[in-house]
Design a protein around this ligand. Structure first.
Ligand code: M6R
Length: 360
């Protein structure tokens, strides 16, 4: 049931304020994160494995686990991990992220770790799935059924669940105080409201998407925690609009991809006004100096400082920089959705793709 929306994807994008609140309510009781079943003082290393959009959630979470909890983290896509036969040293917790819980490569990677890792943890949307059943600890993301092939609400709910797990790790390991934890939880609690505000960029996104639909190639750039969002923006766009899109960590631009930039290539820069903003501005200027058309996605401060000269801007709400990746999923989704609509492609059932990849 599309509940009056044109596509499941549109419905699932719009549902995010409410499902994110569900995820938060599931895991936060009386102002505290509930017991998630892992003692992070016994953990020496976290190994996270997933595919596609779920793997970008692990990439964001790596920044959180490292910065907040000081925990060494390895991440890999499941299809590489499983065949490499990586050593699993003592003290490793293996964590698998999957919306469906049935992705063949992720399940095989989990089975490889069974008996080797200290604990098998999964972050899943389908509690009765194979990956959930074969885990020691299965953490549901409470996103509700996701039908659109392009993952949207599952991604943001995965991020919130992983953020709560990283905060738990940081608190248990004495890296953040009670007061710091409380302040991070207040920020996360504000996320459904901010996502709701961010959905107001839909009209602007539609206008910009009408132009993006004419492009043959599109580049996405992001730094730090925003790099995985660039990857997510490019994947979403490729999947449903069939436009060739590539994502780079902004600092990698001059190591090759800048050769692609000319006036026909839109370059989408995802850059909240955070500690790395100045660096992103320099990268934007490099693009503009070569005639590239920059779409800057940022907040009011970012627009005031760097909006001039950009081809287009998308004005996002202010957000705690740590959790900005959750909010910046919204423009990634809306731009892909409206570009696909402008091109007339099949949004919910894109060619060659399946919702759940149960073959290798
Ligand atoms: O069910 P899973 O989360 O394990 O699926 C992983 C990927 O196949 C999935 O995220 C895919 O990349 C989506 N189509 C992205 O929109």
């Amino acid at each position: 049931d599309k509940a009056g929306f044109k596509h499941f994807m549109a419905k699932e994008i719009a549902e995010q304020p409410s499902v994110l609140a569900d995820t938060l309510n599931h895991y936060i009781k009386d102002g505290q994160i509930t017991d998630l079943g892992i003692d992070f003082n016994q953990v020496a290393r976290l190994s996270m494995v997933a595919c596609g959009t779920a793997s970008y959630a692990t990439l964001v979470a790596k920044y959180w686990f490292e910065q907040l909890a000081g925990l060494p983290v390895d991440i890999d896509v499941a299809s590489e991990f499983r065949y490499r036969e990586p050593p699993i040293p003592a003290g490793t917790v293996a964590l698998f992220v999957s919306q469906s819980g049935e992705t063949a490569d992720t399940l095989a990677a989990l089975r490889y770790c069974t008996g080797k890792a200290d604990k098998i943890v999964s972050v899943i949307n389908v509690p009765e799935s194979s990956i959930a059943r074969e885990s020691d600890v299965a953490l549901p993301i409470i996103a509700g059924a996701e039908i659109g092939v392009a993952s949207t609400k599952a991604f943001t709910c995965q991020l919130v669940t992983l953020a709560l797990l990283a905060l738990t790790a940081a608190h248990q390991r004495g890296k953040i105080s009670d007061a710091e934890l409380a302040s991070h939880l207040t920020d996360l609690r504000g996320m459904p409201g901010l996502v709701n505000q961010a959905l107001a960029i839909e009209e602007d996104s539609k206008r910009i998407a009408a132009k993006l639909a004419e492009a043959r190639d599109i580049l996405f750039l992001g730094r730090g925690r925003m790099f995985p969002l660039a990857l997510e923006g490019a994947l979403k766009l490729k999947e449903i609009s069939y436009i060739h899109a590539e994502a780079y960590a902004s600092g990698e631009l001059k190591h090759g991809p800048i050769a692609l930039v000319d006036k026909t290539v839109p370059v989408i820069v995802m850059a909240p006004h955070d500690e790395l903003f100045d660096k992103s501005v320099s990268n934007m200027q490099e693009v503009m100096a070569r005639g590239g058309k920059v779409l800057l996605i940022t907040d009011a401060r970012g627009i005031a400082e760097a909006g001039d000269g950009a081809w287009r801007t998308l004005h996002m709400p202010e957000v705690a920089p740590l959790f900005a990746p959750i909010l910046y999923a919204i423009p990634a989704q809306l731009l892909a959705y409206h570009t696909a609509l402008a091109k007339g492609t099949d949004v919910d059932q894109p060619r060659n793709l399946a919702k759940s990849v149960t073959v290798e």
